[in-house]
Write a protein that binds this ligand. Structure first.
Ligand SMILES: Nc1ncnc2c1ncn2[C@@H]1O[C@H](COP(=O)(O)OP(=O)(O)OP(=O)(O)O)[C@@H](O)[C@H]1O
Length: 208
């Protein structure tokens, strides 16, 4: 079982055996798989019961990764534990194609390392940089670097967000089946006729 949870422990690993293992696990709702220190996640596009408090606690202060099945919470907890032990900053790189689940995973990662941090600013921030694309109805059209600042006791006291490579061209033109940044729809929805006239915000003919 352990060998299947961590593909780095298999005798031979190539693209085909990796895909085969991921497919076999995915068919059993095992969406997470380790390859050494890397966690591979396959987006289930379904509400799996994996992120409740029981799971959060199960993956808190675990002494060995092999104790429980692979999970995003385990990676978050390992980073937190390492930070507390070494007093050194830790970095997690979350990458994948559009729709892979990076935003979803980032939210859960932050929740696991700082359960008391409210996520209320997300919808506002996302409105300026997220848009509907053919791949994802809430696609982040920019890269971000999120820094969380902790006290020596491990409590979050601050955060910093740097963004880069915002897809600015989307403001003036969008591909077929795609939309402008959410903020424009929100503004059009929220403005009265006079405000729309004054600001020049209006729906293009195809949306009317
Ligand atoms: N583990 C998961 N379980 C259930 N749903 C998920 C999971 N991961 C992602 N999703 C869902 O899949 C969709 C796409 O995920 P998300 O927006 O996080 O992708 P992304 O990699 O950030 O995409 P983009 O690069 O376009 O911003 C969302 O509706 C999200 O809720």
């Amino acid at each position: 079982m352990e060998a299947t949870h961590d593909l780095a422990r298999q005798d031979s690993l190539n693209e085909s055996s990796l895909n085969q293992a991921l497919a076999t696990r995915f068919a059993r709702d095992l969406i997470y798989t380790y390859v050494g220190d890397i966690l591979l996640a396959v987006n289930p596009y379904a509400d799996l019961p994996l992120y409740d408090n029981i799971h959060s606690l199960r993956y808190t202060k675990v002494s060995s990764k092999a104790e429980h099945p692979p999970h995003l919470f385990a990676i978050a907890d390992a980073a937190f534990t390492q930070m507390m032990r070494t007093r050194q900053p830790q970095v997690a790189v979350i990458s994948g194609e559009s729709g892979a689940g990076k935003t979803f995973s980032t939210r859960l990662f932050i929740r696991q390392v700082s359960p008391s941090t409210p996520g209320r600013t997300n919808p506002v921030l996302e409105a300026f940089g997220n848009a509907q694309t053919v791949m994802n109805s809430n696609s982040s059209r920019f890269g971000k670097f999120i820094e969380l600042q902790f006290t020596t006791q491990g409590r979050v006291v601050g955060a910093r967000l740097a963004h880069y490579l915002l897809e600015k061209a989307r403001v003036v033109s969008q591909g077929e089946g795609e939309r402008n940044f959410h903020i424009f729809e929100m503004l059009i929805e929220g403005c009265d006729d006079e405000e729309r006239r004054r600001t020049g915000l209006h729906l293009s003919d195809e949306w009317q």
